[in-house]
Design a protein around this ligand. Sequence first.
Ligand SMILES: Cc1cc2nc3c(=O)[nH]c(=O)nc-3n(C[C@H](O)[C@H](O)[C@H](O)COP(=O)(O)OP(=O)(O)OC[C@H]3O[C@@H](n4cnc5c(N)ncnc54)[C@H](O)[C@@H]3O)c2cc1C
Length: 451
Amino acid sequence: MPTDVPALLAALDGVPASTDRALVRQKSRDFYWYSPILKGMLDGKAADLLVTPRDEAEVLRVLTACRAAGVPITPRGAGTGNYGQCVPMEGGIVLDMTAMTACRGIEGGIAELEPGVRMLDADLWARERGWELRLWPSTKRTATVGGFVAGGGAGVGGLSHGTLKERGNLHSVRVATLEDPPRILDLEGDEAAPVNRTYGTTGVLTLIRLPLTPAQDWRDVALTFEDFSAAGRFAMALAHADGIPKKMCALFDPRLPPFFREIADVVPAGHTLVVASVALSALRAVADLAREHGTRIVAEQDTVEAERDPKRTPFYEYCWNHTTLQVLKRDRGFTYLQMRFPMDDPWPTVERARAAFPDDLWLHLECNRFGGRFAFTCLPVVKWSGPERLAEIMAGLEAMGVSIANPHVITIEDGSAYRRVDGDQLGFKRMADPLGLLNPGKMRSFTKVAA
Ligand SMILES: Cc1cc2nc3c(=O)[nH]c(=O)nc-3n(C[C@H](O)[C@H](O)[C@H](O)COP(=O)(O)OP(=O)(O)OC[C@H]3O[C@@H](n4cnc5c(N)ncnc54)[C@H](O)[C@@H]3O)c2cc1C
């Protein structure tokens, strides 16, 4: 049903809104264009109206008006999601949450944050108080806290804390439902699982409480290796070094570092690069570990100083899904995958995957923890040779025991795999959004339960 924009604007009763076509189109997109498949599916989709509530009361007013008029609602943070999570499939409104940016306070090591606050701002604010975020996406400098909880959930910090689906990493949320009438729920602990990484289909987050960790001084370090396997041995040794506090450790196929502008020069041609973020107090231990593995630290910087300076690149912006971006900035002939190698003893499978797809796959491995066990998460850069070849590669990898969270689909069910948060998300959706107006099309198993 087309949105009756003038009637909706009247019902919004003063909540900031825009009908500017260019702006509404821009805010109806995210980073889905990494995937040629999603690009074909989503280009041109747009909302009818952009609405920017300033507080929880305004969120409720918007939801009440949209429910009454049967208007779809697509929540949005910074729009850095990769699977078209912010793309309205059926028009309606984009609910821009970036005006709700308060960091309310810290109590008992738990930060209370509004959903639109940037991850970097939340972290710097916490650091001033002796704390820091446990986890952030490599888009920390742009992404919002709400978008990370609803659409991301993995990244820097995962080597120490796992992902956001790990019990204890998300304390609680306040969430606005689309019941009759819409209301606010306070969900704590396991109760919050149905709104964790559900792309805004199960409610609008209005407040998020994140447990923090005591602040430390972090150093980005880079090391290079003549041999890919030697780099793998080092990365796994660092990942398991209990005396070395670390936020991340990643290694890159030798074809990737030339795309990393600020550190390309320190990586000899054909060498494998490892970057890590380690505590300043452990720099000597990392240098010793490097020597034991026949190499040394070739570049180093203060992580927080680098991320505060827009002209500099913190090393995490070579990692996670920034690796693909660094390549796509120069060559659009690539795409990517998201996968996880078998736990505990991944290396034989890593070598098999490299050998099976030497030209298609440029491996990039992230050391991570899942349920207390070590695993390599992998976001390989993939040469784009069409959907059939991509399907062949995925099938080949799965046959080797690699788990794939397919980033070329738009639904939670089809794309999440090992990233899916446990809990009755479908049951919660039936209760919280019976008309199916919240980000329609993104939860495949849902069918409308009321008219
Ligand atoms: C270069 C690059 C690197 C990336 N690296 C990582 C990474 O390391 N780890 C990772 O997890 N992701 C990564 N991503 C994906 C994305 O950046 C993160 O998931 C990020 O946290 C999303 O935040 P956002 O504010 O941009 O959310 P958006 O893209 O705006 O939204 C994401 C989802 O959350 C929903 N949403 C947003 N706000 C709310 C709210 N208040 N209530 C309910 N639903 C809401 C939206 O509807 C959407 O479905 C990367 C993406 C890019 C382009």
